[in-house]
Design a protein around this ligand. Sequence first.
Ligand code: 5GP
Ligand code: ZN
Length: 109
Amino acid sequence: MDNCIFCKIGRREIPKEFTFEDEDIMVFPDINPVKPIHLLIIPKTHIKEFHALDNPVLFEKLGKVILQMIVKMELQTKGYRVVINGGGAQVVDHLHIHLMGPIAKAASV
Ligand code: 5GP
Ligand code: ZN
C-alpha cells in the first residue's frame, strides 16, 4: 500500500533498524514505547488487521517470531504482554503485534 507507514518501512523507504527480519516479517521498536521493551512484529505484506489474516503459514510464522522475540529480549521471567488491536481499535491499519515488557503482575489490567 502506497501510503501505509509500515509498508514504507518494509520497502526501506523510511530508514529503520530492525530487531529481526526475514522475507515475511519485520520487527522493530515502537516509536512511542509504553514499556522499556516495546516491539512491533509485523508481516511485510499489507494485511489490514488481524481478522483479515487468512494465511495459516504466515500465522504460524508470526507466532514463532513472537516466541523468538520473548527469548531474545529475555522476557521469559520478567513479565510480558502481547497485544493486537483490531476491529477499529488500531491506529495503524497494517497488522502489527505489540510485545511489551517487563510487566509486573500487579500492573496487569
Ligand atoms: P495500534 O494502536 O495501531 O495498535 O498501534 C500503532 C503503533 O505504531 C503505536 O504504538 C505507534 O507508536 C506505532 N507507530 C506508529 N508509527 C510508527 C513509526 O513510524 N515507527 C514506529 N517504530 N512505530 C510507529
Ligand atoms: Zn501496509
